[in-house]
Design a protein around this ligand. Structure first.
Ligand code: ADP
Length: 530
């Protein structure tokens, strides 16, 4: 028998943590404070403080699998919690501070969080739901957190198994009630390793990584762990997320790679357009964009400035990396139009991720047109939810059913066309709302556009487009319809275009289509009577 010929060291944060102290001790972590000053510390200091946090938690009786919540911005202390809580054998549960206080309370109770670590500046938010939750202890960063660390007794940290839970996040509930996803030590380590690969997010010791995506949203896409694993220098925005503040960090900290949702980069593009000569960013700065589709125009606009958008797809349930849109070398000489078209797709699965596209149990041809539901499996994809189990989200052959509709082309690039819940059924045929949105956002006068299906007396549903124009830009409904008519068959064209100032968004920056649909409920289509 040849089994067990190699060491079976568990894939846990223990090894990553040790390395941070012993090998990567001087790598810097820079955080923006509420007063906008910059605070610099090192991996070595963070590793030591994370260990104290773990010992403090153990001393107060936190046991294996217990949940410890955080309500924090992105900064060094949050990274300490990312490490220290799991090192104690406990589970870090990152609460989403953009949710309604009642929803935060629901989620904290659902997860049975025992302790809360909260930023002093977020205490007013905590107070809004404090009477609805029962934390045994609330530790405030900026008040008693330092004393808590200093008082930690010299207890030994527990030996961890790689299947032990490490952290949990709730889905943002764009399409249903939030559900808890629990990541393990093993899933987190493997996800970090593959995320860092050159054909994935490409992260190394030479980088300064700027995770703007919140640490309470799918662990900032796992990036703090990836940086800790490879030794990338980290810059954190703290609570300052306006475009100018972000540009200040990118410039002053020589950021080489940043990450956030499309709206964020829309804001950055506008700030750069306004004062093109003001900012000196790292040439070739890469901005990872995910969470919602990256409009092709945005990718083109940034290229012109020497900055590069890297499009990726994922979900809370997938840790999140599932697809990355990096062009392979055989497309080096492909026509520019094709290259942009592919970069605006969600991309190809990185190693260890397997995908399938299925429609009525069949795999549609990879012709870049025929779509079906996207399924995914990987060592970092959830096998179940923490509660409210919904087994129908998993296929019999072990894939997670994403609820996203997608097709694949001859290059293997996957493109999402919609979420199943947002598809519009008109006269018995499906219309993909996201495809229309992506096309509309390619119009030079359009800043943002969302398309929703509304009940229609004759067609069952028809599309309505909600459009935000760029500042100082003008465009008419007829022009937009003619623009879309070049790309789509007639019945796909929205019947009505409504111009507004903003589109409602979820706590993680996606279009809130449920709110939009509610806003337009009972809409009287022109020329119809009910
Ligand atoms: P929620 O499911 O509540 O929106 P998540 O943050 O887990 O919360 O979102 C995952 C979903 O976001 C995906 O299923 C997909 O619909 C959408 N999404 C993520 N990345 C992209 C992308 N690059 N392009 C289009 N949609 C995306």
């Amino acid at each position: 028998m040849f089994s067990h010929t190699m060491m079976e060291l568990p894939l846990t944060l223990t090894t990553l943590h040790r390395r941070m102290g012993e090998v990567l001790g001087h790598v810097e972590v820079v955080s923006r404070r509420p007063d906008k000053s910059f605070h610099t510390t090192t991996f070595g200091a963070i590793a030591a403080r994370a260990e104290k946090l773990a010992r403090g938690l153990l001393a107060m009786g936190i046991a294996r699998g217990d949940r410890v919540a955080t309500l924090m911005w992105n900064h060094a202390e949050h990274l300490e919690a990312y490490l220290g809580i799991p090192l104690a054998g406990a589970v870090i549960h990152t609460l989403n501070l953009r949710l309604h206080p009642d929803d935060i309370a629901y989620i904290a109770n659902d997860a049975a969080d025992r302790v809360l670590i909260v930023d002093a500046v977020l205490l007013p938010l905590y107070e809004k739901f404090a009477d609805k939750v029962r934390f045994e202890r609330v530790i405030v960063v900026g008040r008693d957190y330092e004393a808590f660390l200093d008082a930690a007794p010299p207890l030994a940290l527990p030996a961890l198994a790689e299947s032990d839970p490490l952290g949990m996040c709730y889905t943002s509930g764009t399409t249903g009630r939030p559900k808890g996803v629990v990541y393990s030590h093993r899933s987190t380590l493997l996800h970090s390793l593959v995320s860092a690969l050159p054909d994935s997010l490409r992260l190394s010791r030479s980088d300064t990584l700027f995770p703007v995506v919140p640490m309470f949203h799918v662990n900032a896409w796992g990036l703090p762990y990836t940086a800790a694993l490879v030794g990338a220098r980290l810059a954190f925005p703290g609570p300052h997320l306006d475009p100018v503040s972000l540009l200040e960090v990118m410039e002053s900290q020589h950021v080489t790679i940043a990450a956030g949702v499309p709206t964020l980069w829309l804001g950055i593009r506008e700030a750069l357009d306004k004062e093109p000569a003001r900012w000196k960013l790292h040439p070739g700065l890469t901005m990872i964009v995910g969470g919602a589709a990256a409009p092709e125009r945005l990718i083109r606009d940034f290229d012109r400035q020497g900055l590069s958008l890297l499009h990726a797809w994922g979900m809370t349930e997938t840790s999140p990396i599932g697809l990355v849109s990096r062009l392979p070398p055989e497309l080096d000489d492909a026509p520019e139009a094709l290259r942009y078209q592919l970069r605006a797709k969600q991309g190809v699965p990185p190693p260890l991720v397997e995908i399938a596209i299925r429609k009525d149990g069949e795999t549609p041809p990879a012709d870049g047109r025929s779509s079906g539901e996207l399924l995914v499996r990987a060592p970092w994809v959830a096998a179940r939810y923490s509660s409210n189990n919904t087994p129908d989200r998993w296929s019999d052959d072990g894939y997670f059913r994403t609820g996203d509709v997608a097709h694949r082309d001859a290059h293997g690039f996957v493109q999402l066309t919609d979420r199943t819940a947002d598809l519009i059924k008109s006269g018995g045929e499906w219309i993909a709302s996201q495809e229309l949105e992506n096309a509309l956002m390619g119009h030079p006068a359009v800043r943002e556009a969302a398309v929703i299906g509304l009940a229609h007396p004759k067609w069952s549903e028809r599309p309505l487009a909600v459009v935000v124009k760029k500042p100082d830009a003008e465009v008419t409904e007829a022009e937009l319809r003619a623009y879309l008519a070049e790309k789509f068959i007639k019945f796909w064209l929205p019947d009505v275009f409504v111009f507004t100032d903003t589109i409602p968004r979820t706590s993680t920056g996606k279009f809130q289509k449920t709110t939009l649909r509610a806003q337009f409920a009972g809409y009287q289509w022109p020329g119809t009577t009910d």
